[in-house]
Design a binder for this molecule. Structure first.
Ligand SMILES: C[S@@+](CC[C@H](N)C(=O)[O-])C[C@H]1O[C@@H](n2cnc3c(N)ncnc32)[C@H](O)[C@@H]1O
Length: 222
């Protein structure tokens, strides 16, 4: 089975002996990769929709992994059960992810690790989870085709973060590297385009964008 580099990177970040709940598993490619890579990882593949879950079941059966991956139908974290210690949510919008967490705040108290890869609103996800019992242990970028994705590993605990930490990612700020540069060069470009397109008025928005442009330039220009 072929897996894309985004899902492979997420899978490689999962620790041995994890019992994972993959929320929004779709085809369950990630779960298949996880349990094949490490015999000590177990997974529950769950999805809100029947179609994707049926496809997941077919893929799991084809790989003969029914004893390693359970499938569960249901929204968000309603498919959680107490043996699970790691929640993975990837390939969804950040606001959907925050909604899923808000709907099941009790579940957040029971897990040690959240591996989250939002398609957007990454900063909001970081703010939400660090205000609800987690700190950011690691952050990784992964490039898949022309897109660059963030993967954030949250662990149970508390740390203080500055505005700049939330904006760039506290671990990204320390690690930096070529994908950090490429990611924020794109963020810079999109803000410069937006600034040029914004009509007269919008003074506050323009001010915010200019401040962000300044912050990005400070970090990526030598
Ligand atoms: C774009 S796919 C992402 C699949 C996979 N996680 C990945 O990263 O490639 C999004 C999947 O999430 C499911 N989904 C969306 N909202 C959900 C929710 N609230 N609870 C569970 N699954 C959800 C969709 O049905 C779909 O199968």
């Amino acid at each position: 089975m072929k897996i894309n580099s985004r899902l492979k990177k997420i899978g490689d970040l999962v620790e041995a002996n994890s019992f994972c709940l993959d929320v929004g598993c779709d085809h369950a490619f990630l779960d298949i990769y996880l349990v094949t890579r490490n015999k000590d990882i177990k997974a529950v593949a769950s999805d809100i929709a029947e179609g994707p879950l049926e496809q997941a079941k077919k893929n799991i059966k084809r790989e003969r992994l029914e004893d390693k991956i359970e499938t569960r139908l249901g929204p968000g974290l309603t498919t959680y059960s107490k043996e699970i210690n790691t929640i993975i949510i990837s390939g969804m919008g950040g606001r959907n992810i925050i909604g899923i967490c808000k709907d099941s705040s009790k579940v957040l108290k029971q897990v040690d690790t959240m591996i989250i890869s939002p398609n957007n609103y990454q900063e909001d996800v970081k703010r939400y989870l660090t205000k609800n019992g987690f700190y950011i242990e690691n952050e990784e970028f992964v490039k898949d085709k022309k897109f660059i994705y963030q993967i954030i590993i949250f662990k149970k605990g508390k740390k203080k973060y500055t505005k700049k930490d939330y904006f760039f990612g506290p671990v990204f700020l320390i690690k930096k590297g070529p994908l950090f540069r490429e990611y924020y060069e794109r963020e810079l470009k999109s803000r410069e385009i937006l600034l040029a397109l914004l009509p007269k008025g919008y003074r506050l928005k323009k001010y915010q964008i200019k401040q962000e442009i300044k912050m990005i330039k400070n970090e990526i220009e030598d």
